[in-house]
Design a protein around this ligand. Sequence first.
Ligand code: ATP
Length: 287
Amino acid sequence: MRCPAKVNLYLRVVGRRPDGYHEVVTVMQPLALADVLTVTLGGEGISLTCDRPELPQGEENLVWRAARQFQEETGLKQGVRLSLAKQIPVAAGLGGGSSDAAGTLLALNDLAGKPLPQSRLHRLASLLGADVPFFLAREPAVGRGTGTQLSAVTLLPYWYLLVNPGVPLSTRWVYENLDLAGGPTLPASQAWDPEHPETWVGNDLGKVALKRFPELALLLAGLSEAGAWCQGISGSGPTLFGLFRTREAAHQAGLRLRRTFRGWLAVARGLTGPEPETTWEQYAWMI
Ligand code: ATP
């Protein structure tokens, strides 16, 4: 099972709820860049192997928690074996952990003979995290509320140059440092014209990420100079993206940035709807 990354092309924080959660309006596109998760049934309990030693290997890992929730919800008696190969940078604003959790729910529901309808899968996913329901459908969507109220949106298969400077940024920290009273938010958009992303791409959380890592501003300028159609920060950062019309343009811009930039660079195509996972591999490269 491939677990795709996402970018937030638009993210506007519209308020803070009494329970501390933030209300957002966000436009998300899944990417062909993906973690690879193998799920099998058998044995007892839940076991996990993950190729990133810095990630929790037990109950703190989101895939482990997703498997436990699934067992509790369905009464599944069999054990679950999980193996996770990470491609998506961690704590990067690309939604890797959330996608892995959604992938676990989807895989287990398949293996167990589909005991959960979409509505119950969605509810379980929301309990695991605000971004998790989006990764059940893996198609472009506008998220409202905490991000879990989803409606499909049409986007083009933009090509993305992703730039990650290798400094993790916690989503919680970014929200804690967001000053809702202290400045203008993005214009409220309701029309996401797929032909003109340059008119609506933006992110309220970007300001916090830029304040924490001022060097991100130079990288954003670098993406623009390298020919990006438009550029921005994904989620709570620090991953930046440049939008390109073609793979070749994104790749050339990546090679240009590579002359001076030492961090993680990748080119990936945006997914526009359900499509076979086997094609994704052809649409994501590290530079
Ligand atoms: P988002 O874009 O949804 O805010 P993110 O991309 O910034 O998420 P993740 O990569 O999902 O962040 O990781 C956030 C935290 O979750 C990390 O600090 C990590 O320790 C923890 N975590 C638990 N399970 C996983 C997992 N399977 N993959 C990545 N991180 C995980």
